[in-house]
Design a protein around this ligand. Structure first.
Ligand code: UT7
Length: 318
């Protein structure tokens, strides 16, 4: 039996830090409101001309180094992003060219904040069938490009960044299970309507019915965590680390409570990164690996919820 295992991780954040105080000088908000409602204190914003692929490349190179791989070892490239450099080709193709990988399949996954979980689950299935030996799986975003900087209800939430893993074939698991869901009936809750030339929509910016998304996220993630534990015949105490999508500390805390986990078993980056959509889980995972909290053999639960609506989890042994 062939399993998929994470061989190495990497991440990258743009240099420019934007604090809550910076935003309070532009829109009618305050550090107190943002911290108490979301847990966010600052976020990174890409400089002019710095693209999603630029961030993805830095994270990918670090993950390749950590995995002890060179570009020619990679036989699948998947980039999860909702802010691609171009309508086409996909950012995965642009990244592939930057890294000097020629020939193997490369494609983007668009599942917004759940994108990395989707991408990891897809890569795992390629590896399990034997068609892929080493996959580069990236979550990368420049959310700052689709944020309406005059809308205080959304502009305080998002940030830019990238995270990456190299997934390799092995004899032992690895990824234990993945659980992917979507329901397009809720498409209007969190969306970027297409830009005018495409569909005549009024805006190319994020709109969100935040309170409804919040309530759905908490109940849906509660059920998802139960589904993941049941599928693996695990108890809450079998999970060492929770690596959640980083949208709101209150949503993260609710999921940790459902799992009976203390917050020191949760990798939290939302305070420094904000919500980086598809990049948030691989960024947080890399932070936990590099600072030594996540150790080889630890059981880790990744879970995400976002536009679509989409939601999903990956349970793995690192
Ligand atoms: O990553 C994909 C998934 N996304 C999420 O999971 C996000 C889920 N939603 C949330 O995290 C929260 O709903 C928010 C953080 C977006 C908002 O928090 P909330 O506690 O749900 O606040 P609210 O939307 O109910 O707004 C409460 C008040 C409103 O004022 P009134 O109508 O009560 O007078 C808003 O206008 O807060 C006001 N408000 C703000 N005030 C200061 C909204 N944004 C701001 C702001 N600063 N930035």
């Amino acid at each position: 039996m062939t399993y998929a295992r994470i061989l190495g991780t990497g991440s990258f954040l743009p240099e420019h830090v934007v604090t809550n105080a910076d935003l309070a000088s532009q829109v009618n908000t305050s550090d107190e409101w943002i911290v108490s409602r979301t847990g966010i204190r600052e976020r990174r914003i890409a400089r002019a001309g710095e693209t999603t692929c630029d961030l993805a490349e830095r994270a990918a190179r670090q993950a390749l180094d950590a995995a002890g791989c060179v570009a020619s070892d990679i036989d699948l490239v998947i980039v999860a992003t909702t802010t691609p450099d171009r309508v086409f080709p996909g950012t995965a193709c642009l990244l592939q060219e930057r890294l000097g990988i020629h020939g193997p399949a490369a494609f983007d996954v668009q599942a917004v904040c759940t994108g990395f979980v989707y991408a990891l689950a897809i890569a795992e299935k390629f590896i399990r069938t034997g068609s892929t030996k080493r996959a580069l799986v990236v979550g990368a975003e420049t959310m700052s490009r689709i944020v309406d900087w005059n809308d205080r209800s959304t502009c305080v939430l998002f940030g830019d960044g990238a995270g990456a893993v190299v997934l390799g074939a092995g004899d032992a698991p690895g990824i234990l299970s993945s659980h992917l869901h979507a329901d397009g009936a809720y498409k209007e809750l969190l969306t970027v309507a297409a830009t005018e030339p495409l569909q005549g929509a009024a805006t190319g910016h994020i709109t969100m019915r935040g309170n409804e998304v919040f309530r759905m996220a908490v109940t849906t993630l509660d059920a998802l965590v139960g589904e993941t534990l049941a599928a693996n015949d695990l108890r809450q105490t079998d999970i060492r680390w929770l690596v959640p999508h980083q949208a709101n500390i209150r949503i993260i805390a609710a999921t940790a409570k459902r799992l009976g986990m203390a917050m020191d078993q949760v990798i939290v980056t939302v305070d420094r990164h904000g919500n980086t959509s598809a990049a948030s889980i691989p960024l947080a995972f890399d932070v936990g690996v590099r600072d030594g909290r996540i150790q080889r053999g630890d059981v880790v639960l990744m879970e995400a919820f976002g536009g679509g609506l989409t939601w999903g989890s990956v349970l793995l042994r690192y």
